[in-house]
Design a protein around this ligand. Structure first.
Ligand code: ATP
Ligand code: MG
Length: 575
């Protein structure tokens, strides 16, 4: 490709609202252009990267036995009513009406359409298993689109759906996809980790997320420093402390803590550590019609934080919300900031975190404005906790749930997700088949997503330096950039550069030929900014000695290669 005929639109400065490095670099390198919030045009250079990612994903999906299909972007609401998601999906689902006043959606995923297809096409166990996938535009009206295409509203996803006669076969395919995803992200040249995940609103059991490791990632991951245990912090189990609770010591005291409403303030006033404090979080469960309310007091150690996914799993709590200040007054008879578990009434349900249940001599709110209690002991000053559960986020140094080593935390960008849906959709859609004994049964289903466009951002988050993007070879928009020095002034340079370009193209190497009438400094800067992994510089001085300059994007120095050996040298570098 000759740059004079291509469409390069690099910028000196990225727009000020680009928060993370990949977003800034993608805008500066002219890979994407913003049209509206979370909606971007893929410019020619960026699109080449997207296509490379797609090609690798497609090749590995095909190799794994999945079959490509293309389902409609626009889907009738009836199918979404059938699954129940018309009600439950919420405002992320983009809905609209056609000219006949019928409701439609733009697909955020395609479980409904694919299950509808399966129920009409698949009848017998002989047709199973079947795995269909597509690489298609998705739309989700995200509450907070950000980081460019990383959390866009319109984005490209590979979504696959598999159908099985029994759970064992679904498990086999799940394992097959686990291995396929591992191959895909390895081939893409990314540092990643598969982590156990919560199954969230989509339902079903068995789920892994694939995360590209990067500090800017939105997800927190906990992993063991001594085994391959890894889980999303949403899910990672916090074990009870190994040490037993200490016997009661000094007597309970009421201490004045005027105006000190946070654990931090109280701890500072009393000169104790946050780990000696117990904080109380008031959560309200409200029945569907709003008539029944259950007030819950969740107890956490002062330095720990509530895990809202775990909280939702406490029986009788979901759906829940934080109690209002007025509700805290109503149920606790005390203003927020001084509430605690001692001396409460029967309308309050107490849920103690495992760690809190082991604490002794702790400090908590006195249920009296401007006062706290010290030296509180379970069993002596308040009844033993009846409901003890894991309700907190794990922290650095917690024991690993698999018993091996301790947990460390890092951040990741979710680029893939695999789920065992089981029969959630097949039951809703009466999607059944006749098994070997002639019995009608619901199909077992799995679903498997990869964020194609998000991968481009994640790859840049992991691979960049102060000069710009450093694309991993497998997804670079071009493999080699040829930069001639004085193309328009020197006939020798022009001839040699054209010849090298010709040779490379003939050898099937994707090459960008810098023939724009710009200063060499501009051409070098652009090639580095857009992240072309290999660069050739062709100048009169080198040519006199029969040499061409080569430098890989991460190299600190250039090497001089004899012209006659150039092609072979490059081919070795590229393979
Ligand atoms: P997230 O927690 O990041 O919102 P999700 O759990 O909603 O992701 P899935 O429904 O599992 O995502 O979708 C499959 C894949 O699609 C994700 O792993 C992610 O890589 C990608 N993806 C999801 N939402 C977006 C988005 N708004 N922009 C770009 N890619 C996305
Ligand atoms: Mg999402």
């Amino acid at each position: 490709m000759r740059t004079s005929r291509f469409f390069i639109s690099t910028l000196k400065e990225a727009p000020a609202d680009a928060e993370i490095v990949s977003h800034r670099l993608m805008l500066r390198a002219g890979l994407i252009k913003r049209l509206a919030g979370g909606i971007y045009t893929w410019m020619p250079l960026g699109l080449r990267v997207v296509r490379k990612v797609e090609a690798i994903v497609r090749a590995e999906m095909n190799r794994a036995g999945a079959i490509e299909i293309s389902m409609p972007l626009v889907q009738p609401a009836e199918l979404w009513e059938e699954s129940g998601r018309w009600k439950t999906y919420g405002p992320e689902l983009l809905r609209f009406r056609d000219r006949h006043d019928r409701n439609f959606v733009i697909q955020p995923t395609s479980e409904e359409v694919v299950t509808d297809l399966a129920r009409s096409e698949l009848r017998s166990y002989r047709q199973l298993p079947l795995h269909l996938y597509q690489i298609q535009t998705k739309f989700r009206d995200e509450r907070r689109p950000r980081f460019g295409i990383m959390r866009g509203r319109e984005f490209l996803m590979k979504d696959g759906y598999s159908f099985h006669a029994d759970h064992a076969d679904l498990e086999r395919e799940y394992q097959n996809m686990y291995e396929t995803y591992t191959r895909i992200f390895t081939r893409l040249g990314l540092r990643f980790r598969a982590v156990a995940a919560d199954t969230g609103s989509i339902g079903g059991t068995g789920s892994h997320e694939f995360h590209v490791l990067a500090d800017s990632g939105e997800d927190a991951i906990a992993y063991s420093n001594a085994s391959d245990y890894a889980a999303n912090v949403e899910l990672a189990e916090a074990l009870a402390p190994r040490e037993r609770r200490q016997a009661p010591g000094s007597l309970l005291k009421v201490v004045p803590t005027p105006g000190r409403k946070t654990c931090e303030d109280v701890a500072a006033l009393l000169g104790i550590g946050l780990d000696q404090m117990v904080k109380a979080i008031a959560l309200m469960h409200e029945g569907e019609d709003g008539s029944t309310r259950t007030f819950n007091l969740f107890l956490l150690r002062g330095d720990h934080t509530l895990n809202e996914v775990k909280a939702a799993k406490i029986p009788g709590l979901a759906p829940y919300r934080f109690a209002t200040e007025a509700e805290i007054e109503e149920f606790m008879g005390c203003e927020a900031g001084y509430i605690g578990p001692v001396g409460i009434n029967g309308r309050v349900r107490v849920v103690a975190d495992r760690t809190v249940a082991q604490m002794s001599g702790f400090v908590c709110g006195a249920n009296k404005a401007n006062h706290h209690l010290t030296d509180v002991h379970w069993g002596r000053d308040l009844p033993e906790p009846t409901l003890i559960a894991d309700i907190r986020n794990v922290v650095n140094g917690d024991p690993s749930p698999d018993g091996k080593g301790s947990l460390e935390l890092c951040r990741g960008i979710e680029v893939g997700h695999i789920f065992q849906l089981r029969t959630k959709y097949s039951e809703a859609f009466r999607c059944s088949f006749l098994d070997e004994t002639g019995q009608q049964r619901f199909m077992e289903m799995g679903c498997y997503g990869i964020g194609i466009t998000r991968i481009v951002g994640a790859a840049i988050e992991q691979n960049h330096d102060e000069r710009g993007i450093v694309f991993p070879d497998p997804i670079a928009p071009f493999q080699v950039a040829i930069i001639p020095i004085g193309l328009r002034k020197s006939e020798i340079v022009r001839k040699a550069a054209e010849q090298v370009y010709d040779d490379l193209i003939s050898a099937g190497i994707e090459t960008l030929f810098e023939d724009r009438d710009e200063r060499p400094g501009v051409l070098f800067a652009d090639a580095e900014l857009v992240g072309i992994p290999h660069r050739l510089v062709i100048g009169e001085r080198g040519l006199k000695d029969g040499l061409i300059e080569y430098q890989a994007r991460r190299d600190t120095k250039a090497q001089r290669i004899p012209r006659g050996e150039l092609l072979q040298f490059l081919q070795e570098r590229l393979s």
